[in-house]
Design a protein around this ligand. Sequence first.
Ligand code: URA
Length: 207
Amino acid sequence: MALRPPRLDAAADEVARTAAAAPDWTALADVARSCVACPELAATRQHVVVGDVPTGGRPRFVVVGEAPGATEDETGRPFVGRSGALLDQLLAEAGLDRGQAAVLNIVKCRPPGNRTPKTPEVARCSGWLRRQLDLLDVPVVVALGLSSAKWFLGPRTKLAEARGRAHQVDGRAVWATYHPSAAIRFGPNGAPRAALLADLTAVAGTL
Ligand code: URA
């Protein structure tokens, strides 16, 4: 399967061109931090949350969430709030090390009130993520939650059907699974937490 890019508006086009011209991770992070492609997000955010990459060397896998929450917006780092704490715990239970992962989001700025990112926001931010994935060149991706799953697998994706196996997308194995926030919402004995842990364990088995 090939990634189908969302339809580009002028701002999305500009982001895509700027991102594609960034020669490396540091250059991309520098330009992304001053992005104003989405006026509402640019006006309300504290930080553009570009993403984390391991300090020593190439990541073994990439985790892609939806968008920063309040703690991520305050700190400028992805998955450092409640969802991040559960993600770290489940990664460890699955035998994976967050320190060996790149941790990214579909949308790099916090949507006000943690609303779901709007389609044009996803389209505008896509250039950053596309270039990040190219630069990282990592063949295993974990897409957390429906927004992320749809970005990789298409707008008709249903998580319950897509999870549990790898999808080949642009030469990468994409595992779509539940977001840690769903695991928190349904509790420690809920189905999303068990499914997320099972999927992370399956990913660990491929590395
Ligand atoms: N939820 C996400 O999808 N991403 C974050 O970085 C934090 C919470």
